[in-house]
Ligand binder design. Structure first.
Ligand code: SF4
Ligand code: SF4
Length: 199
């Protein structure tokens, strides 16, 4: 199997750390980013929650040539509700986040400084893949296949199935597998910023 026929060369080069790295080494070191940039599903989801503190830090990192208020008007679906249920604005941008470009692969134009929720957003297949790498039982990936074959299966699944998961237990396990010590869900850490929407 030549997995490289499934992954655009430009995507692999995006993560190259040194001229000597092989394509497989690049993919192994960046499997989550490579898979996500083949999928883009959650960046097209209008239900991605954006906490106010997360948004403010993103604005500071990005430092766009517009005021915070103007940036919020463009980037968020409902910026005027002052901390109530911010979500990504997708409708004005063809059903996707304003930073998501589609070339040979999905590309987040704000990848290096992206939101906290984007960094840890998880999905069912990514969680299963992280479990398989950690030697845990799951139903999709198998030691009977090579590493590349399993990665190809991950790519196929995120491209062809709906991989999003909204289960808090999945998110906690995924964050733990990513070796994060704050394995609370995004909602838990930002709960003061999310309130019931006023009617
Ligand atoms: S749905 Fe999963 S693979 Fe697709 S972009 Fe989101 S986290 Fe990445
Ligand atoms: S900022 Fe980037 S990673 Fe986050 S939703 Fe937008 S395109 Fe996706």
């Amino acid at each position: 199997m030549d997995i490289l026929t499934h992954i655009p060369a430009a995507l692999i080069e995006r993560f190259r750390a040194s001229p000597a790295q092989t394509a497989e080494e690049i993919i192994r070191a960046n499997w989550r980013s490579v898979a996500c940039m083949s999928c883009g599903a959650c960046c097209c989801s209008s239900v991605v929650p954006v906490g106010e503190a997360d948004f403010n830090a993103f604005y500071t990192r990005l430092n766009p040539a517009m005021s915070r208020r103007e940036f919020a008007r463009r980037f968020l679906a409902d910026p005027e509700t002052n901390g109530v249920n911010y979500t990504l604005a997708t409708e004005p941008f063809g059903g996707r986040c304003m930073f998501l470009s589609k070339t040979a692969y999905f590309r987040c134009d704000a990848w290096d400084g992206r939101l906290e929720v984007c960094r840890e957003f998880f999905c069912w297949e990514m969680t299963n893949y992280a479990k398989w790498l950690a030697g845990e039982t799951q139903g999709t990936f198998s030691n009977d296949r090579s590493w590349m074959e399993n990665f190809d299966l991950l790519l196929t699944k995120v491209k062809t199935e709906s991989p999003l998961s909204f289960f808090a237990d999945d998110m906690r396990r995924y964050l733990t597998l990513l070796a994060r010590d704050d394995a609370d869900s995004y909602y838990q850490r930002h709960q003061d910023e999310f309130h019931p929407r006023e009617k």
